[in-house]
Design a binder for this molecule. Structure first.
Ligand code: ASP
Length: 431
């Protein structure tokens, strides 16, 4: 059975298993929730273990393949243009839907009144976000250049690691022989080993996905929805439009490829993104699927994907915008068009700085709330469904990155991408 079917079955079983188990049921003194947590965390740890060496090796190799600074400028320009344009599309779809559906108004009353705004104001999550403000946006850019690259890697700050790798790869091609060849071979070898390790971890994906989703289901249940159901539907609908309409259109018209094949090629990575809620943890699988199933070269995918996992978050950007407008509506506040456009711009900028880890989007929402003068406590309103929505938006984040790799590879003149059943670039086995 193909791996993505196995993962899908794991996911389908996880929903009833988690809902039935809840947090209390168990056997021999161990709750099912603890068992899900244990297995899921093992899987997540195994994925995260691969990320730092993989980011280093894939970017350094890609830079070696890109070679000249002219080619780098061209590829970098196309990548940034794609990232900005698709994130902006995503935000605008979110903006439109949240204004149309108005999930923050229930029966003509602000949802905050219905829900009792004080409900979760004392939540530790809100306390943690206290004091986050617009100044934080500058921090994001400061972190791009790390003072200590080992520390950045240890903290999982991929932006700093990426910057270092870009420079390292760039200058690696400019040193003399035989050192240049030695380093090039070394990093290629590291990359190949990491991909083999990814293969191994991938085999456990059905079990890992089952455990992670069952854990979330056991914790969240379905009772949390209540007045948030409409907010949930608005976010999922907007994400679906981006996932099923906008990105496929970009693939078709800009990349000239059959978008349907991209869903098949990316299925294992998308399901893993969904269950881990972390684009960074999914990166090894994203690279594997884009190279082996879609047939994109290492040169393009090694550059576009690690960067994308960190800075290109279409789903998160869209979510930030919908969440902030929902909170405004829930407080009964009408945001002017100018303020709404400000929300769009800050959502775009902060989505660049949001880390690819679970719930990172909440920090960005706190920043936007502070910037447009809305109360931070508003975040408490959306906490109950944030964990579930994180799964959907992360899958969209990863899909956006993978479509970027395909479109940019095509614009760079690569052939044999998303051919029927082909794994053109590497000639290796599909996953
Ligand atoms: N969990 C998301 C990701 O890793 C980030 C977020 O929106 O919280 O892509």
């Amino acid at each position: 059975m193909k791996l993505h079917w196995q993962i899908l079955i794991g996911l389908a079983l996880a929903v009833p298993a988690g809902l039935l188990a809840g947090t209390d049921a168990g056997l021999f003194g161990v709750t099912f929730h603890q068992a899900f947590d244990f297995v899921g965390t093992l899987f997540l740890n195994a994925l995260l273990m691969l990320v730092v060496p993989l980011v280093l090796a894939s970017i350094i190799n890609a830079m070696a393949g890109i070679g000249s600074s002219g080619a780098l400028g061209r590829l970098g320009g196309k990548t940034l243009l794609y990232y900005l344009a698709t994130s902006l599309f995503a935000i605008l779809v979110g903006l439109m839907l949240v204004n149309l559906i108005e999930p923050g108004t229930l029966d003509g009353r602000p949802a905050g009144e219905v829900m009792g705004l004080q409900a979760e104001v004392d939540s530790p999550v809100v306390a943690q976000l206290e004091g986050r403000g617009a100044g934080e946006v500058a921090e994001i850019f400061l972190r791009m250049i790390p003072t200590n690259v080992v520390d950045a890697a240890a903290q999982g700050q991929l932006l700093g690691l990426i910057f270092f790798s870009l420079l390292f790869g760039f200058f690696m091609t400019r040193i003399d022989s035989p050192y240049r060849e030695t380093l090039t071979n070394f990093w290629q070898a590291v990359f190949d080993v990491m991909m083999r390790m990814t293969d191994l971890v991938l085999r456990f994906a059905p079990l890992g996905v089952f455990a992670l989703v069952a854990r979330v289901m056991a914790e969240t249940g379905l009772a949390a929805f209540g007045p948030l159901a409409l907010f949930f539907v608005t976010v999922v609908l907007a994400l679906a439009i981006h996932f099923l309409i906008t990105l496929p259109l970009v693939m078709y018209f800009v990349g000239r490829v059959n978008p349907w094949r991209q869903y098949r090629a990316m299925a294992p990575a998308l399901l893993t993104a969904f269950s881990t809620s972390s684009s960074a943890a999914t990166l090894p699988l994203t690279l594997e699927c884009v190279q082996k199933n879609a047939g994109v070269s290492q040169r393009t995918s090694g550059f576009v994907l690690p960067l994308g996992a960190t800075v290109n978050m279409d789903g998160t950007a869209l979510y930030e915008c919908v969440a902030v407008l929902f909170i405004a509506q829930a407080y009964g506040l009408d945001l002017s068009l100018g303020t709404q456009l400000l929300v769009v711009v800050i959502a775009l900028v902060t989505s660049i700085g949001v880390a690819g880890i679970p719930a990172a989007g909440l920090v960005a929402i706190a920043i936007i709330l502070a910037a447009v003068g809305l109360p931070l406590e508003g975040i408490a309103l959306i906490l109950a469904v944030d964990r579930l929505l994180d799964m959907f938006r992360t899958a969209v984040n990863v899909f956006g990155d993978s479509c970027g790799a395909v479109v940019i590879a095509r614009r760079e003149g690569e052939e044999g991408i998303l051919q029927n059943g082909s794994d053109a670039a590497s000639g290796s086995r599909q996953v």
